[in-house]
Design a protein. Structure first.
Length: 136
């Protein structure tokens, strides 16, 4: 199955984090496809959640330290996804793999859109902010 290709946001740290998240999502597809021992799926969902949380936290830290004007809007999108992925973790705990799979598909589609638009807007601002800091 062909899934969204990672879109660069031209900030290596964030590109690397997006790549790690996509890899964990891919691992979850595989765990689900393998018929998933309940424990495997749970463990992989847990890793995915940790990576998502760490990544959202780094973007939010960067936006705050550069006074990004659309911070609230961007963070709200992260919050919505945090909630969905918490549901995903809960479903994995009870072995509801059909719902885990649905939420995974939803997450991947969201990540492609969010990265391609909102993260890119943010990173353009961040790069400009850095340049101005260096020049002053
Ligand atoms: Fe991101
Ligand atoms: Fe983001």
């Amino acid at each position: 199955m062909k899934r969204n290709k990672p879109q660069s946001v031209y900030i290596p740290k964030l590109d690397a984090e997006h790549g790690t998240i996509r890899q964990a999502a891919e691992d979850l597809h595989q765990a689900l496809a393998a018929g998933g021992e309940k424990g495997d799926v749970r463990a992989v969902v847990h890793v995915l959640m940790q990576q998502i949380n760490a990544h959202f936290a780094s973007e939010e830290r960067m936006m705050r330290s550069s006074a990004y004007p659309s911070y609230d809007w961007h963070k709200r999108q992260h919050d919505t996804m945090r909630k969905r992925m918490q549901e995903c973790e809960g479903r994995a705990d009870v072995g509801d793999h059909a719902r885990v799979s649905e939420l995974l598909e939803f997450f991947e589609a969201w990540l492609g859109d969010h990265t391609g638009l909102h993260d890119r807007m943010m990173s353009a601002y961040l790069r400009n902010f850095e340049r101005e800091q260096r020049a002053s």
